[in-house]
Design a protein around this ligand. Structure first.
Ligand code: NAD
Length: 484
């Protein structure tokens, strides 16, 4: 199959925080790969803007090193990197000062798309937005990209939305959740809404339950002080896991269009039942002989912040009444794996004598480390020996059939940045969605605080605390194994 890269229009993209970790690890290597694919016009430019005192040459050198480190196999192409670096410029700006802004104004071309990536802490969003307008840098066509965390509760998210709304319209604001940029997330929508097979089964008549797991093997990795103010609920559940839940559970939108999709996602969040305290398990990873516990990593020996959370949620609507959605996420678990599993109900009656096994259809959507969709189906074990049944995974990504194209698949950041340039907000969170998600998670977090809840310790390299296993066990169910 021939790769079909559709070029985007010409643009100037300013990355505030262009010298930061995210810019060096994800944004710039991603842009480099998009340039290499031929998707970016020759004249398009990328302007790093940050507090560090540096010139364009120094910035190009910094990004050369970043691409060598984080650019993947494509980073071996020295000539391509040289060409890419000529697109880069750098301006020293202080989000809270006035220096550098006039220079940025003069550098930008007005006749191309202007996008501004706020890859800085949310405390600077207001300062950046205000200066972009005061210095007449951004107009009503400009696009603003903002990173997580989008607030730490409903109140702060509302304040952030209000700050941005003072300066920009909602259709200019792109709130990134990189989970939505994954190829498989879009494939999930294609599978659900592009086939007649699944939609009739996608409800409480046929689905027993749904599991969403985002497991990491890393700990807080030097970000302890930051993470400890956040925890798994704020850092992962409120955004990534809830976004995945929305895509799985939403009604079919009338068309694949930004507001139609986001309207349906919002309805799911609003239909979520408040979670019963007994249906949540919090955990913290314990120490091992060679590695520190969460509290040491978090630099707070009395921390009650969770590095793991598992919960059972219910959606109050006709489609999902009675179907549990089990979600869990945690650090220092046994494998790095993100998966959504739709577990269908048992057959009411088996016609195969002697077959006592419990055969279930399971649609498993794997997001990382390897992306793919597999449908577990029951078939006859081939060969002689009578009618023996066996469960096999049907690979629905058709990697072999679609072959070489898979290599050109952009990663989540690359895809989302190109969507910003295209002006397509479908895979970005709308302000009301983010607020609704906080409105659901806030009472959970407040409940923990009010009860002075202490997280359960769990072994590093395990599947989380024992209580998390019990959460499903009590319902006669079992978590899927966490494996790569
Ligand atoms: P970082 O601390 O590595 O970099 C911060 C950048 O902001 C630097 O370029 C710095 O010069 C710039 N900066 C700081 N204060 C400034 C000011 N007053 N004026 C102008 N520039 C200023 O941070 P990071 O890890 O790159 O994260 C950036 C944002 O992205 C944060 O909001 C973070 O929560 C979010 N984020 C980061 C990651 C990640 O993997 N690093 C992942 C998801 C979200």
């Amino acid at each position: 199959m021939v790769s079909r890269v559709i070029p985007v229009d010409d643009f100037d993209l300013v990355i505030f925080g262009g010298t930061g970790d995210l810019a060096r690890r994800k944004i710039l290597p991603g842009l480099y790969r998009r340039c290499l694919s031929g998707q970016v016009p020759d004249d398009a430019r990328i302007i790093g803007a940050a507090r560090s005192d540096m010139d364009t040459e120094g910035y190009r050198q910094m990004i050369r090193e970043a691409i060598a480190e984080f650019g993947g196999p494509e980073a071996a192409d020295g000539k391509a990197i040289d060409r890419f670096l000529t697109r880069l410029h750098y301006v020293t700006v202080d989000a809270r000062g006035d220096g550098g802004w006039k220079e940025l104004h003069d550098l930008l071309r007005k006749d191309v798309i202007n996008a501004f990536y706020f890859s800085v802490g949310p405390g600077l969003f207001g300062d950046l937005a205000e200066r972009l307008l005061r210095f007449e840098i951004a107009d009503t066509n400009a696009r603003i990209v903002v990173e997580k965390p989008f607030g730490r509760d409903l109140e702060s998210a509302r304040a952030l939305n209000a700050t941005l709304a003072q300066h920009f319209n909602e259709d200019q604001i792109y709130r990134i959740d990189h989970y939505l940029g994954k190829e498989t997330v879009q494939n999930l929508m294609a599978v659900r809404f592009g086939n007649v097979l699944f939609e009739p089964l996608w409800n409480n008549h046929y689905v027993d339950h749904i599991q969403i797991t985002v497991a990491e093997t890393v700990g807080v990795e030097g970000r302890g002080a930051y993470y400890d103010k956040s925890g798994a609920m704020r850092d992962m559940v409120q955004n990534h896991l809830m976004q995945l839940l929305c895509l799985i559970a939403m009604e079919p939108p009338s068309m694949f269009d930004a507001d139609a999709v986001r309207d349906e996602k919002l309805k799911v969040i609003r239909a979520l039942q408040p979670v019963d305290y007994h249906h949540i398990v919090r955990g913290q990873y314990d120490k091992t002989r060679t590695s520190a516990d969460y509290r040491t990593d978090a630099e707070d020996p009395r921390s009650h912040t969770e590095s793991f959370v598992a919960l059972k949620a219910h959606i109050n609507n006709w489609r999902w009444a009675g179907v549990p959605f089990y979600m869990r996420t945690g650090k220092k678990l046994k494998a790095r794996s993100s998966e959504i599993a739709v577990v269908f109900k048992d057959l009411g009656h088996s016609i195969f004598p002697g077959d006592e096994a419990r055969h279930r259809n399971i649609l498993s959507i794997q997001l990382q480390p390897n992306e793919g969709i597999k449908l577990q189906v029951t078939i006859k074990e081939p060969g002689p020996g009578g009618m023996r049944l066996v469960d096999v995974p049907l690979d629905m990504t058709f990697a072999e059939a679609l072959g070489p194209d898979a290599e050109g698949v952009p990663d989540a950041y690359e895809r989302l940045i190109m969507d910003v340039i295209r002006g397509n907000q479908t895979l970005f969170m709308r302000g009301d969605e983010v607020e609704a998600a906080w409105a659901w998670t806030d009472p959970i977090i407040e409940g923990w605080k009010a009860r002075n809840d202490v997280p359960k310790l769990y072994d590093q390299g395990s599947s989380g605390p024992e209580d998390a296993l019990m959460l499903l066990h009590r319902d006669g169910r079992k978590w899927r194994e966490i494996k790569e």
